[in-house]
Structure formats: C-alpha cells, structure tokens
Ligand binder design. Structure first.
Ligand SMILES: C[S@@+](CC[C@H](N)C(=O)[O-])C[C@H]1O[C@@H](n2cnc3c(N)ncnc32)[C@H](O)[C@@H]1O
Length: 242
C-alpha cells in the first residue's frame, strides 16, 4: 500500500481525510477551522495546498480501513463527482464492485465512510445524487459573490441548519435571451456573462489556483470552515453515534 506512506498528519491538529479533493476548496475551509488535511484525487492536483495523494478515492479509503491506518484520521469529507465527472473512474476497481460503467460514487463512498467509523461529510450540488440534505449552504450566508448552493450529508454527527438569508439579487448573466445584472457571478461554464477566473477567485475566496476547472468544481472554503468549526465544537458524547 505505497500510496498511504506519505500521510503524516501534524500531531497538534486533528487529521481530516478529504476525498475527491480537486484543488482544495473544501480542504482550505477545514484547514482554517483547525484540521490537518490530506487530499485524495484521481487526477494530479499540483495546486492542492496540503498533503496530497493521487489515486482512486474509494481504493485509498478501503485500503486505509483494511490496514487500520484510518485511525490516523478523526474526520472525513467526500465530494464525489456527479455523473459527468465520474467518466474518470470508468474501468477502475471493478474487482471491488465500483468503477466499470457504474457512475454512482455516492453510495459506495457512503458505505466505506460508514465502515470507517469516522464522523463524515458528503457534499453534493443541488439536484445531484442521493445525498441527504442535513445542511444546505449558500454563498449569501457568508457574504460571498456566488450563490453556489451545496447540500451536505452528515454521518455520525449533526449540527443545526443555519438560517438561509434572502438573496440580494440575480446571478449576473444571460438566461433565456435576457441579460440580468446582479451581485453574484456564475462560477461554472463559459460565455453568457459567466465569471472570469479572477472574478471566480474573488467571489469564492480562493487565491491558490487559477485553473478554471478547479475553480468551477470548488466549494467556497467558507462553507467547510463553518462545518469544520461545528465539527470541532460538537459535544462528543451526545453527537457521535456508536
Ligand atoms: C466536485 S470535485 C471536488 C471539489 C472539491 N471538494 C473542492 O472543494 O475543491 C470532484 C473531484 O473528484 C475527482 N475524482 C473523480 N473521480 C475520482 C475518483 N474515483 N477518485 C478520486 N477522485 C476522483 C475529480 O478529479 C474532481 O477533482
């Protein structure tokens, strides 16, 4: 199991495993909350600002569980890609029951996270996959320049949903032949008034990557900083199911 030998969580911070990490939008928030973060992504992510393992997230997680090395971590986060992104996994890990033509990575990710014994977070965009909406976060909750609603399923812990403020206006851009201005930018796709790379960086609070694809995939760090602080502040005896 060569790919786990580089995991060296700092002793003084609780270690968090960041599965399907991309360039680390989620990771940065957990880091700011106080975690030592290790990311796993199937593609090289040289902009990832913390310890990084290139590999299949499900294989890495299964190996960590089998070897007992999962005990190095206190928490896990997973952002499995939706169907389009899953093309990357085709042909991988058919012997373990995922990969091949199977495109739902959420269910096998949840199964492994349940087996890990760790408290965990699974993130998905609105309208994607079967993730419980225990928490929904929106850029307006943090004064950001994107709306970017994201749903979070919480495993083995819980925290109350924060209030969802009224949006201040429209997402800037062309839709159905009409242009609307507004306080938010569209941080996905291209054309039609969608955000430039510097606009996406400013709107989400991300300055360590200027790769458009990495920005369009990212969760604003403010979301996971909020979740990370809630994870660290939770009462351990009551909130963690056995
Ligand atoms: C939605 S993005 C994650 C965004 C990230 N949470 C952030 O905030 O920046 C999904 C990532 O999953 C990666 N990916 C796809 N299939 C994978 C697999 N089988 N194992 C590991 N990573 C995978 C993609 O390369 C992509 O970077």
């Amino acid at each position: 199991m060569t790919h786990t030998t580089d995991i060296r969580p700092e002793d003084h911070r609780p270690a968090l495993l960041d599965l399907f990490s991309c360039a680390g939008g989620a990771a940065m928030g957990y880091h700011r909350a106080g975690f030592d973060v290790t990311g796993v992504d199937i593609r090289p992510r040289p902009n990832y600002p913390f310890t990084f393992i290139q590999g299949d997230a499900l294989t890495v997680l299964a190996d960590l569980i089998e070897s007992g090395e999962i005990r190095r971590f206190t928490t896990a986060h997973a952002s499995p890609p939706c169907q389009k992104g899953c093309a990357l996994t085709v042909g991988t890990n058919t012997s373990r029951g995922w990969g091949g033509t199977h495109v739902d990575l959420v269910a096998p990710t949840r199964d492994l996270l349940d087996a890990s014994g760790l408290p965990y977070v699974i993130e998905q965009p609105n309208g994607k996959a079967d993730v419980r909406k225990d928490i929904t976060l929106c850029g307006e909750m943090f004064g950001l320049g994107v709306l970017r609603h994201r749903n979070f399923e919480l495993g083995r812990w819980s925290t109350p949903q924060a209030a969802h403020p009224k949006h201040r206006g429209y997402v800037r851009g062309w839709r159905h032949g009409a242009y609307r201005d507004g306080p938010y930018v569209a941080a996905y796709g291209e054309g039609g008034g969608k955000a430039t790379v510097p606009e996406m960086q400013a709107a989400m609070g991300i300055d360590w990557t200027d790769v458009r694809e990495e920005l369009t995939e990212a969760i604003p760090p403010a979301y996971t900083e909020w979740l990370g602080r809630a994870l660290l502040a939770r009462p351990r005896s009551g909130a963690v199911a056995a």
